[in-house]
Design a protein. Structure first.
Length: 201
């Protein structure tokens, strides 16, 4: 099993977090995003979307991070991370989609433009992302009011996906600091898999 990834990619980090946390053996192939390796012909042969991560497991090749998480949970019967119970799984799916469809666009607006593009960044996009983050923070803060994790009393792949984005916001000094979110993120941050996924700063 080979994982093409980068520690500066939030989508890569969520996959690495799961692999490392549960102890799945894999070959790590780090893609040099800062120097444009993701646009080279050899990498485009791996992933024509010029993005990371990509997982290759024998004849199986998967590009999207959440799809990779689900695949790993199915293959290794990781029911703690991806529950078999219908209602519990629906909650995990909801927060995976919320992270990807609602939270991630704001993260990209803020971090891509403020941290990676810097003076070439789009100031309007940063402002838009920060404004959207106000509402999103309140939604998440209220959801975590009476629970330790997104889908209940134990972490799931939904927590790994969202936490990778929350960490990313920290690169732009934009990480939410409300009580419930901070407590939740602190719990996720203590997972050995999450720690192993982080870039060396």
């Amino acid at each position: 099993m080979i994982l093409f990834h980068s520690p500066i990619s939030q989508h890569s980090r969520r996959v690495v977090s799961l692999l490392e946390e549960v102890g799945i053996s894999y070959e790590s192939n780090v893609v040099d995003m800062m120097n444009g390796e993701y646009l080279t012909a050899p990498f485009l042969a791996v992933n024509p979307n010029h993005q990371v991560p990509t997982l290759i497991d024998g004849d199986v090749k998967i590009h999207e991070s959440n799809a990779i998480l689900r695949y790993l949970c199915h293959k290794y019967d990781l029911s703690q991370w991806y529950p078999n119970d219908l209602a519990a799984r629906a909650c995990v799916e909801q927060w995976l989609d919320w992270t990807q469809c609602r939270f991630s666009p704001s993260v990209v607006d803020i971090v891509l433009n403020k941290v990676f593009l810097q003076e070439k960044g789009d100031a309007k996009a940063i402002k838009r992302g920060l404004e959207q983050l106000i509402e999103l923070t309140e939604i998440l803060e209220q959801h975590l009011k009476d629970r330790d994790y997104l889908a209940g009393s134990a972490p799931t792949i939904a927590d790994l996906a969202l936490a990778s984005n929350v960490f990313h916001l920290g690169l732009a000094q934009a990480q939410p600091n409300t009580q419930n979110i901070s407590n939740w993120f602190d719990r996720i941050s203590k997972l050995k898999g999450f720690q192993a996924s982080l870039p060396k700063m």
